[in-house]
Design a protein around this ligand. Structure first.
Ligand SMILES: [Zn+2]
Length: 243
């Protein structure tokens, strides 16, 4: 069991993989590999508030420049950065544009509770089981073609999108989805905007980890009890029906 790295080579990519890439500020951007060099991923729509309040403003400023969004710059791939439903935030990208020179990693499913807790970095694994690749690709493609739920840095980000595509699981708790484990880490580490240095970033992680461990276990998709399978065709009506 490899606790240190989940890095893979491009040749190892398989259709339906949930992949992620590290960004400069020490967080991960997530997407679903659908084959033929194409990745469907969810980014914060441009010029949209994203549903967060003042509390998140700083974190947003820190991450906007590398959130996985961005202009279509110098990419000759015809499909890249296409957004079928305008401002849905669900995009189709080539591997290069998704990675932005970061490394390629594969998110792990069905890990043991011990693995989940031993893994020092959030946003890399879950105890939940992945559905078969055809189903995963169907969900990702459907959301790309029909639009998705509104972006929210803490409750519905790129990791949430990929987790939903893989598992079909959605929380019945409207007030707090909290499926994305890395959102919890950032929640407790995003206060000091001056500290951008790596050393300080690591220090912030280290101090956040004890607090986030219990949260991570409680909120893990495979462990929590308030999640249900929601067919992708019914996702928007399901979300609208949540009280
Ligand atoms: Zn591209």
């Amino acid at each position: 069991m490899d606790l240190l790295s989940q890095k893979i080579e491009r040749s190892e990519l398989e259709q339906g993989d949930h992949i992620y890439s590290w960004r400069k500020l020490g967080y991960t951007h997530h997407g679903i590999y659908i084959g033929q060099g194409k990745i469907i991923h969810f980014v914060r729509p441009k010029n949209k508030a994203g549903g967060g309040g003042d509390m998140l403003a700083n974190f947003k400023r820190l991450t906007t420049s590398s959130s996985g969004d961005g202009e279509k710059t110098h990419c000759s791939t015809s499909f890249c950065k296409l957004e079928k439903v305008a401002e849905s935030g669900v995009k189709l990208s080539c591997i290069d544009c998704f990675l932005k020179k970061g490394s390629l990693c594969r998110f792990k499913y069905q890990v043991s509770r011990e693995f989940l807790l031993a893994k020092m970095v959030a946003g890399t694994c879950t105890t939940a089981e992945s559905d078969p690749p055809e189903e995963v690709i169907h969900r990702a493609t459907y959301l790309y073609e029909n639009g998705y739920v509104k972006y929210h840095q803490m409750d519905n980000n790129c990791e949430d999108f990929a987790l939903y595509c893989k598992t079909g699981l959605w929380s019945t708790d409207k007030g707090y989805q909290g499926r994305s484990s890395q959102a919890n880490v950032f929640h407790s580490t995003s206060k000091d905007k001056k500290h951008k240095e790596w050393g300080e970033s690591i220090h912030r992680y280290a101090t956040a980890i004890p607090r986030t461990f219990s949260k991570r276990e409680d909120k893990d998709l495979g462990i929590r009890k308030d999640v249900v399978k929601v067919p992708v065709e019914q996702l928007s009506s399901f979300c609208a029906s949540l009280k």
